[in-house]
Unconditional design. Structure first.
Lengths: 364, 370, 158
């Protein structure tokens, strides 16, 4: 199906590649320069993204709570997060005397690095991926589970029994919910037949999987959203950081820029989880096509693919934020109860149903 | 980790300190834990003790009422009413019929506002931030009524021995009716957001059970005790100030867990709206204040009056020796007895449940410390 | 796995969660319900209730006269010593000496706005003003003298 895009990030990338080849000539040099450019632009993108997400979170929270939210710093309060970040920069970064210094400094870095690494295979636009590896989905699932190491390191090295308690709880939570996340991802992989991100997106060119694989994929989608909210330690599963009758969780002892890095990693994780959901279930950068409505499809094609992708991601981010500001918190045993007794059995049965559906061709 | 932090029985003591987001005021709790399970709780009070009772010994019988607004500041009108009623008992007079009805309406508005703040804070303690704002929107409406008639929003000081300080604002009836209409609509919203929510039910059902015998033996009153089945509504058992002429139900439940306490208070909110609607159109005309002497002197003796605040039974006990100031004033505060049952209620629960229990007992620490 | 009520539990839970989300979603989309008062910006249009207790003031009329006779009823009524009346002896036209008010000292930092002084005043000399922004950097500015240089206007009684 021919699709026309007005602004094309992939052609931009191609032009830069050609220009660099003329400039430097040496293929290794071109490669290294491209990697540097990608790295820097990724960091800039993530920082801008976190500003935007922090602002959006506060505005969404405010509107749901019948109030205005930040509206003084910058136009409509958009520079509020910048002000908060500058404030965190100026804070004194305290390190407890008895803490394990190496691990203490390393933990936030690990969280941010694993969060950033998971962005590699995500398709931001047509032909615009940092690294389209053949095991895209597996890579994302494994890299995001390394975040547990960062959390446990932070809890352990703080030399504070309350932080350790919070970190242990958080570790248990993340490890258990990974199972449900993995099973939901597998259900799409079964239908597509490939782990490669671009293949998954291309297989949705005649309709998003959420519509094509009807009820089982819908169940998969809901389980994925719930389980990933638990993975990123957000409400209603945020007992480690907000149930502060004893402790502030694994990041109690952190202050200043290291604390900002924990917040940064939380928002990046939020973005990644929504991006994965958008790619696998909602079609990634594929525009919304309805079967044979040629006119409608043609109009939809004019909207650039990056706008489609970002729109879908932000929709899922909005839903996850909606959860946070509506529901009370779960207790730790209720949380694990939910996973092991409800989400996991349903996921397992769902996988069987999806496999049957894929073999018999019962999807659209 | 260095020193031995366990006590002899292997328990682990933790301070839930005076500065804390979940204790409703400055409450210091020492909690003995066995792993994650609570074995014993010891509250330490006194962080906001302002010696109101001792101060009252130097003030006249008109003056000492203002300090009680700051005791249980969420039921300020009812506290003031209790003091005024005790002085009236000593003088042997009754308030005028108009003042009695005004007192009931003000008391029920205060109860409604207090329960709304409690609802918002319960949601906040359990992790849902949004109910807090919805509750305050309605509470603002009630505070607007108070501001219009009494002039102040929190420490109203509107009750005097003999009646009320000045007459109602001409706009009072219409304003109250409008606010009641909007509150009735919003109470249904409260149920949607928190009451029926499965997460909320999981956190509160079966948690912090207080049996009927324990409630009586600890002296709990108010919705804390009524949820365990103890019938103790002072408005019904020892009616004062005209409550005998008003139709309302006493809300009792049998379970005694957090969910029952929650439902009791929600039902009480509806009863308060009901009472206000019964009375708002039929306020009798007449004086708003019974004439008393310029300097009030109570005869020698002891006088006690009990009222039903939003938290339970408040008792005001005045010992007089004939002078213009009381010899001794003692307040039987509802929060003190309810807090003493905390250790019993929190036997064997996890730490996360402690917050839920404290939220549903509805503590206001200045009431306990006076 | 198939406990009795397993699926019913799931169904009811999901329904209750969706009801909650519907409520917050309603307020998210109906921005007209926002109640925030943009306080420092709306000082020009801010109207307080007429009985609002901001601070005690002594209204003076156009001839710079007030109604305070210096009877000290408010000082006696005040529970915590916020008001101090300083009187002087004034010699009237017919030679008699009369007590009159020299300075009405009002400690705004002690006042609890309980209204007892207003009610106790027999000549309606003081009333509650609507000013509520009392913060100052220097505490001595909170000790106010309420009467300007003026004379009493009515034949008030002691």
């Amino acid at each position: 199906m021919k699709t026309i895009f007005l602004i094309s990030l992939s052609s931009l990338a191609r032009h830069i590649h050609i220009w660099l080849e003329e400039l430097i000539g040496n293929p290794n040099g071109v490669y290294i320069t491209e990697m540097t450019i990608v790295g820097i632009s990724l960091i800039v993108f993530l920082v801008v993204l976190c500003f935007f997400l922090g602002y959006a979170e506060r505005k969404v929270a405010a509107f749901m709570q019948i109030r205005l939210g930040p509206n003084r710093v910058g136009p409509q309060g958009s520079l509020q997060i910048v002000a908060d970040t500058v404030k965190l920069l100026f804070k004194e970064g305290l390190t407890p005397t008895a803490a394990d210094k190496f691990l203490f400094h390393l933990a936030p870095l690990i969280m941010v690095i694993t969060a950033m690494l998971a962005l590699a295979p995500i398709a931001f636009a047509k032909d615009f991926q940092i690294f389209d590896m053949s095991i895209g989905v597996l890579y994302v699932a494994s890299v995001s589970s390394m975040a547990v190491i960062g959390i446990l390191m932070a809890g352990w090295s703080s030399y504070n029994k309350y932080s350790l308690l919070g970190a242990m709880r958080s570790g248990a939570q993340i490890v258990s919910y990974e199972l449900s996340v993995g099973l939901s991802l597998i259900s799409i992989v079964i239908l597509t037949g490939s782990l490669k991100m671009s293949d998954i997106v291309m297989s949705q060119s005649d309709g998003w999987w959420l519509f094509k694989g009807h009820i089982p994929i819908l169940i998969s989608f809901v389980i994925f959203i719930i389980a990933s909210t638990a993975e990123i330690n957000r409400a209603p599963f945020d007992l480690t950081e907000a149930e502060s009758e004893l402790t502030g969780g694994f990041h109690t002892e952190y202050s200043g820029m290291k604390f900002a890095m924990f917040l940064l990693s939380e928002y990046i994780n939020l973005f990644i989880v929504s991006a994965i959901a958008a790619t696998l279930f909602l079609g990634g950068w594929m525009p919304l096509h309805f079967g044979h409505w040629e006119g409608f499809n043609h109009i939809m094609d004019y909207i650039p693919s990056s706008i489609w992708f970002l729109g879908k991601t932000f929709l899922i981010i909005f839903i996850i934020m909606w959860f946070r500001w509506t529901f009370p918190r779960l207790r730790v045993d209720q949380l694990l109860n939910l996973e092991w007794k409800y989400l996991l059995p349903i996921s397992m049965v769902n996988i069987l149903v999806v496999t049957l559906m894929a073999i018999m061709g019962w999807h659209f | 980790m260095g020193q031995d932090v366990l006590t002899e029985d292997g328990l682990f003591m933790v301070n839930i300190g005076p500065q804390h987001p979940s204790t409703h005021g400055v409450l210091h709790l020492k909690v003995w834990l066995d792993g994650e399970t609570i074995v014993k709780i010891q509250p330490h009070l006194g962080y906001i003790h302002r010696s109101i009772e001792k101060m009252s010994e130097n003030l006249s019988y008109r003056n000492f009422i203002f300090a009680t607004s700051r005791m249980d500041y969420l039921s300020a009108h009812i506290n003031n009413e209790a003091c005024a009623l005790t002085v009236e008992k000593g003088l042997g007079i009754q308030a005028t019929p108009r003042a009695k009805v005004i007192r009931i309406i003000m008391a029920e508005l205060t109860r409604l506002a207090s329960h709304q703040l409690w609802w918002g804070c319960t949601g906040l303690d359990l992790g849902a931030v949004t109910p807090f704002f919805y509750a305050f929107r309605d509470r603002e409406a009630i505070n607007g009524i108070m501001e219009e008639t009494c002039g102040a929003r929190l420490t109203m000081n509107y009750m005097v021995p003999g009646g009320v300080m000045y007459d109602l604002h001409p706009n009072f009836q219409k304003h109250t009716k409008d606010v009641m209409a909007s509150i009735k609509k919003n109470l249904a919203d409260y149920d949607n957001l928190l009451t029926g929510n499965v997460i909320f039910e999981m956190r509160t059902k079966g948690v912090g059970v207080l049996s009927k015998e324990d409630a009586i033996s600890f002296g709990c009153t108010g919705p804390t005790a009524r949820a365990s089945g103890v019938s103790c509504d002072i408005r019904k058992l020892f009616p004062y100030s005209g409550y005998e002429n008003v139709q309302f139900d006493e809300i009792l439940a049998t379970g005694g867990d957090c969910y029952d306490r929650y439902m009791c208070r929600m039902a009480e909110m509806r009863q308060s709206v009901n009472i206000i609607e019964q009375l708002i159109d039929t306020i009798p005309e007449g004086d708003f204040q019974e004439k008393t002497k310029a300097v009030i002197k109570l005869p020698k003796g002891e006088f006690y009056q009990r009222v039903e605040t939003a938290r339970g039974e408040l008792g005001v006990y005045i010992v007089s020796d004939g002078a213009a100031s009381p010899y001794r004033v003692k307040y039987r505060s509802p929060g003190f007895s309810n807090l003493s049952a905390l250790s019993q209620m929190a036997q064997g629960v996890k730490i996360g449940d402690l917050v839920a229990i404290m939220a549903t007992i509805d503590l206001v620490i200045p009431d306990i410390d006076r | 796995m198939k406990e009795p009520g397993y699926f019913k539990t799931i169904y009811l839970s999901v329904i209750s969660l969706l009801k909650g989300m519907k409520m917050t979603g309603y307020y998210f989309t109906h921005l007209k319900e926002i109640q925030t008062e943009q306080y420092p910006d709306n000082r020009a249009t801010l109207v307080m209730a007429d009985r609002f207790r901001g601070e005690v003031i002594m209204p003076h009329n156009d001839l710079n006269e007030h109604s305070c006779t210096g009877c000290q009823a408010c000082e006696i009524a005040c529970p915590n010593g916020t008001i101090k009346i300083i009187t002087k002896q004034e010699i009237l036209a017919d030679g008699k000496k009369k007590k009159a008010i020299d300075q009405f000292v009002y400690h705004l930092d002690l006042c609890t706005m309980c209204n007892l002084c207003i009610v106790a005043c027999p000549t309606d000399a003081i009333k509650m003003g609507h000013e509520f922004e009392h913060s100052v950097f220097d505490k001595s500015q909170l000790k106010k003298i309420l009467n300007v240089k003026g004379s009493k206007v009515k034949a008030g009684v002691e």
